[in-house]
Design a binder for this molecule. Structure first.
Ligand code: ADP
Ligand code: MG
Length: 484
């Protein structure tokens, strides 16, 4: 006897689509596909074991309950990890894999292994890659070869962004479109966006990938106007299958570039082409961005990168030293990880400096050498020279305001919020009383300062983007304070 519960499965998924967010649905439900039924279970196909574990953990009970509600039977849910079939010749003739379910299309060779390495999420399929060995395309001219998923260490600080990036690379244009990765300096935005590019380039060699910084997009645009070559500019961007634009905060106060990007965006979006952007802040905080472009960026998936924890910092350095065959005692790695906490770029810089020194003087890296050589890079809180002035300047800069605005009388929303934020940060980072802080902000009363702190704390509870923003401001305040 054969069973077919597909009707219950389809209805369950349909109903769940209304119950979970679109983002969640695209991320986790699109990749599941009904396979078959047994007497007491529905079997679904999933593209990888990572995917299976995530779905099981997140939705198993919910789907099972739904199936029970619909069928009146206690049906179990079974997963089958199945590498989707290699494309048929008809399929491989199709240059655009868009509009297909997650996992429905693979690279021309049908292989795809993305291991994240040390302390990382294993995003690998169950079966070994089939032979023959894939033929690797030439490196992409605008992407750095070492910015791969394999070289990206995943921790709690970045796992959502990293998983989204992997999912996008596997199925460009289908799920999270556009995707915006935001976070402070040196936290891996460029690495991740380029890793998407590198992976797509390897797996879907027929797709056209365009990677640019927002700055070079802008320069390109200006030049094409000057040289009357708008058409070739348009061709370059609008025929991309995957458009990757790094550092879109550069768009601030550039209305014409915004306009052009808006049209590029629409053209690609309508054609189901994948777009990924990075930004040093949440989109809501880019100043002078037209509402329509803002809403486009916010339409897709927005994920953030946070500073890495001690363990992740350690894993990153370990991976770097292993890759570069650097011989370095564990205690030195611990020393660096304990002292460089701000971002990954600084972490790497400390290692590079040490390695360069050791080579130069032809000595082995020891704890003593490390302590001596890196002391300038290690910041202890006492060394910070955090003044109200530095805080005001950093916050004002971030919001494209002047410190006069923060100290002045105006109470428009554009100024009031940054002012409250600056007051809050003063209370967090300095020993000043509310009265003293008030004096620094144009002689305001201490109750105003108290109110400001209260407002910020309340807002943090409802706006998940605020805390990362504050953390990133605090980091740059400390950096500035340190340079003084
Ligand atoms: P951003 O663009 O956010 O300023 P980058 O992507 O340039 O940061 O990262 C700075 C450096 O740190 C790069 O060399 C990058 O390879 C490295 N890096 C950042 N995050 C990670 C990570 N999770 N694992 C390994 N290397 C990382
Ligand atoms: Mg960058």
């Amino acid at each position: 006897m054969s069973w077919d519960y597909s009707i219950f499965w389809n209805e369950a998924i349909k109903q769940l689509q209304d119950e979970v967010s679109e983002q969640e649905f695209n991320m986790w439900f699109n990749g599941m596909e009904y396979a078959e039924s047994t007497d007491s279970a529905v079997v679904v196909r999933v593209p990888s074991s990572f995917y299976r574990d995530q779905v099981k953990q997140r939705y198993y009970n919910r789907i099972r309950d739904k199936l029970y509600e619909l069928s009146g039977m206690q049906l179990a849910l079974e997963f089958r990890v199945e590498r989707p079939a290699s494309p048929t010749s008809a399929e491989s003739g199709n240059p655009h894999p868009h509009g297909q379910a997650v996992g429905a299309h693979r690279g021309a060779n049908g292989t795809s292994r993305h291991g994240f390495g040390v302390a990382s999420v294993e995003y690998a399929d169950d079966e070994p890659a089939p032979s023959p060995q894939p033929r690797r395309p030439a490196p992409h001219p605008n992407l750095r070869g070492e910015y791969t998923f394999d070289n990206f260490v995943v921790g709690n600080n970045n796992s959502f962004a990293a998983n989204a990036a992997v999912a996008i690379a596997k199925n460009p244009g289908t799920g999270y479109n556009p995707c915006l990765i935001y976070g402070g300096v040196g936290l891996g935005k460029t690495h991740l966006i380029q890793a998407i590019g590198n992976s797509v380039h390897r797996e879907f060699s027929n797709l056209k990938i365009v990677y640019v910084t927002m700055e070079s997009f802008t320069n390109d645009f200006i030049q094409s106007i000057r040289e009357k070559k708008m058409q070739s500019f348009k061709n370059k961007y609008r025929y991309a299958d995957v458009l990757l634009i790094d550092d879109i905060h550069f768009l601030q106060k550039k209305p014409e570039t915004q306009e052009e990007l808006f049209h590029t965006f629409n053209a690609l979006y309508d054609a189901n082409k994948q777009m990924v952007f990075t930004c040093d802040r949440p989109v809501s905080e880019i100043r002078d961005l037209t509402d329509r472009l803002r809403s486009r960026f916010e339409r897709g998936l927005n994920v953030d990168l946070q500073p890495p924890s001690y363990e992740t910092r350690f894993a990153i350095l370990r991976k770097k030293t292993e890759r570069a065959l650097i011989n370095i005692p564990e205690e030195v790695i611990e020393l660096i990880c304990n002292n460089v906490t701000t971002n990954v770029r600084d972490l790497e810089a400390a290692l590079t400096k040490l390695v360069a020194y050791a080579e130069l003087v032809n000595k082995k890296i020891s704890l003593e050498i490390a302590q001596q050589q890196l002391k300038d890079m290690f910041q202890s809180p006492q060394q910070y020279n955090i003044t109200v002035d530095v805080i005001q300047r950093t916050v004002a800069d971030y919001f494209s305001l002047s410190t006069h605005d923060l100290k002045g009388k105006k109470r428009t929303k554009v100024i009031a919020f940054p002012r409250q934020l600056a007051m809050y940060i003063c209370r967090e980072l300095t020993e000043l009383s509310t009265t003293e802080v008030g004096l620094e902000f144009g002689g305001r009363d201490h109750t105003t300062v108290m109110y400001a702190c209260q407002r910020i704390e309340n807002r943090m509870r409802t706006d998940p983007t605020l805390e990362p923003t504050i953390q990133s401001l605090i980091r740059s305040i400390k950096e500035h304070g340190n340079k003084q």
